[in-house]
Design a protein around this ligand. Structure first.
Ligand code: COA
Length: 624
């Protein structure tokens, strides 16, 4: 997704004027501006990240509370990449708004920018997503055993294009967030012990023990929020403080915090708690180091409660602000070595996430290698790319035949197609039939062969698809496609089937086939009435195919119509075989109840939904 698309608060959207003539402003949006004073800064005159985290948490909490009308607590904050530092005298502008509410939790988007008052310049510092959980504590009715009221939050109603996109993507991010711990554990379990001997070899290495820090904080009223719980931002700030000390001990210099892995608040802390904060450098790579930091709480003689664990990546910048080389670390036996190896595994995950998720959609290479550690991010990337494409509002109707419509969208060297049609059957049945790519050849003659080569997950399947040659007498083409399917979780959301290319070491390109690649394609399937469904097919073409496509757009071909008329016939002919199945059986086939709950798609009622179709070379446009 484009970074502008990721940073909805930066998007220059057309103003939405309300019926009363006022300019629309998101009702949950909260803004905070702070001048950085010496008391907020470290000894280098830069705003301390801890202080920034406190401001971010407060702003986000107020946005969450504006939506819910009751107290909210921080459940987690996704990875944060700090792009720049902020100096004393500069202004920090923080904007937060609720992107989507679920049952008791909601995602809050936070955008931090820095402003130089003297040069009138503004630039982005970081963008974060935090999850807050609403807590209603009225005693009595409907409360659960802990005394909290059962909560079902009111839904967020997205009004602008950027809001609709974030609403949609929030569901996908939530899915990733809730399995984050699982991903890390899986990778750590499969992590080899290749570093076992390596880490002991360095004579000049610094002992990891030398970097160990332990510090205690007493939680006082100024550290607490209005519910006497410790502010999440305060805990993050204390964690950052000990992590910075540990990092400084390795490099004997001032370290700069670059990335924080997900903060997950496992349990609450209150006024009177003693918070024990521990940090140690787990591993030093060539130009960055990972510090592990943990917060535990106790009161009186009680046992320690685990509050949070986070991993922070630091660099040390030279005079040209370039990261400089760091000393090696020598871990202690057993636990130290385990942390050393785990840091390597996390570095890989971090790179995958940054590479696949944070980078602009158009900059993610087509050939992203698929492996178990990055499958969640690739699946996210796949689905979010399609959602972003579907959320575009500037589609132009190019051609229409018997109510099958072809739209195009041209933007920044990108050409996309959308084909829209309707069928008189239930959306779920359409989804079931179209999500099985093996059946595509029954209606799409471009699909000569299609085989499943990996069932990565019940919602993510990798196929190899063979399509006819683009040129007369040329090689046939093959594609390795990740198909990610998603059920709606709210009424009004579409079903979604997203397709993109991946690479698998076990399926390298061969001489007999031209390996084709797909950036973003797929279907969104909308139930308009109980047995009347709108199907939209989307495809994003790469610049290399633009000349071929433009001839089709010019109206020289109506192959899109033939293919989608054939698709409608296929669906109609097969609906009888599904009609006898109960709806739940169909659902089970394509995902668990959890998956259904988690997979929410944008409510894009304002967007003209359609099939998009990329007329790839006019012969293989429908290959994906
Ligand atoms: N990231 C995002 N959301 C999470 C999450 C995580 N790591 N873990 C749980 N949640 C969400 C769940 O999805 C659920 O949302 P939903 O109701 O919209 O479906 C909600 O939190 C409650 O989940 P539940 O399983 O009922 O509760 P839990 O026992 O997992 O508790 C917290 C979740 C956040 C309430 C609990 O861990 C807690 O109290 N943490 C401390 C929070 C705090 O005090 N923060 C301030 C700093 S101390």
């Amino acid at each position: 997704m484009a970074s502008e698309a990721r940073d909805p608060l930066l998007l220059e959207e057309p103003m939405l004027i309300l019926e009363n003539g006022e300019v629309y402003r998101n009702p949950t949006e909260i803004k905070m501006s702070q001048i950085v004073l010496p008391c907020h800064a470290n000894h280098c005159g830069e705003l301390s990240v801890g202080q920034l985290l406190k401001w971010m948490d407060s702003t986000a909490c107020l946005a969450a509370e504006r939506h819910t009308g009751c107290s909210c607590i921080t459940a987690s904050v996704d990875d944060i990449h700090f792009e720049t530092t902020i100096g004393v005298g500069q202004v920090v502008n923080i904007k937060a708004k609720v992107n989507r509410a679920f049952t008791s939790s909601m995602e809050v988007g936070i955008l931090v920018s820095c402003e130089d008052l003297f040069s009138d310049r503004q630039w982005k510092v970081c963008h974060a997503f935090a999850t807050f959980v609403a807590r209603r504590t009225e005693a009595g009715k409907n409360s659960d055993p802990t005394g909290f009221l059962q909560i079902h939050l009111k839904q967020v109603i997205p009004r602008t294009q950027a809001e609709q996109m974030e609403y949609s993507l929030a569901a996908e991010r939530r899915r990733m967030r809730l399995i984050h711990a699982e991903i890390i554990n899986d990778l750590l379990n499969s992590c080899s012990s290749q570093t076992e001997s390596e880490c002991l070899d360095y004579q000049d290495a610094v002992s990891a023990e030398r970097t160990r820090v332990e510090s205690v904080e007493l939680v006082l009223p100024p550290h607490a929020n209005h519910q006497v719980s410790t502010f999440g931002g305060q805990i993050m700030a204390w964690m950052e403080n000990v992590a910075t000390i540990a990092a400084s001990r390795l490099c004997n210099a001032h370290p700069t915090l670059r990335t924080i892995d997900m903060f997950h608040f496992r349990g609450p802390s209150h006024i009177g708690d003693r918070l024990v904060l521990k940090a140690i450098v787990n591993n030093a790579f060539k130009k960055s180091m990972e510090v592990g930091v943990c917060a535990e709480a106790y009161q009186g003689g009680e046992p320690l409660r685990h509050i949070n664990t986070a991993f922070m990546t630091f660099e040390v910048l030279d005079n040209d602000r370039k990261p400089r080389s760091l000393p090696r670390i020598r871990p202690e036996p057993v636990d130290g070595k385990r942390r050393y190896q785990e840091a390597i595994a996390r570095k890989k995950i971090r790179l995958d996430r940054k590479y696949i998720i944070s980078c602009k959609q158009s900059e993610v290479p087509l050939s992203v290698p698929w492996d178990p550690s990055n499958q969640v991010y690739l699946s996210y990337n796949n689905v979010s790319a399609l959602k972003i494409l579907a959320a575009r509002t500037n589609w132009a109707l190019t051609s229409e035949k018997n109510k099958v419509r072809l739209y195009t969208l041209e933007e920044n060297q990108m050409l996309c197609f959308k084909v829209e049609t309707h069928v008189a059957m239930a959306a779920e049945h359409v989804f079931l039939l179209l999500s099985d790519l093996k059946r595509r050849k029954e209606w799409d003659h471009h699909y000569q062969e299609c085989e499943v080569i990996a069932e990565a997950h019940e919602d993510d399947t990798i196929y190899r698809v063979v399509t006819p040659s683009v040129t007369k007498g040329g090689n046939v083409q093959d594609f390795i496609l990740l198909a990610s399917k998603r059920h709606p979780c709210d009424s009004g959301d579409p079903y979604l089937i997203a397709l993109r290319s991946v690479t698998l070491p076990t399926y390298p390109p061969t001489e007999d086939y031209n390996r084709g690649e797909v950036l973003c394609a797929g279907f969104s399937i909308w139930e308009e009435e109980s047995s009347f469904t709108k199907i939209s097919y989307y495809n994003q073409a790469t610049p290399g195919v633009l000349p071929y496509i433009s001839t089709d757009i010019a109206g020289l071909s109506s192959s899109f119509y033939r293919t989608f008329a054939s698709c409608s016939t296929f669906l109609e002919e097969n609906k009888a075989s599904l009609a006898s199945l109960p709806t739940s059986a169909l659902g089970e086939n394509s995902g668990t109840a959890l998956a259904i709950e988690l997979c929410c798609l944008v409510n894009l009622k304002t967007i003209s939904c359609s099939w998009i179709l990329c007329l790839f070379f006019s012969t293989n446009w429908a290959c994906f």
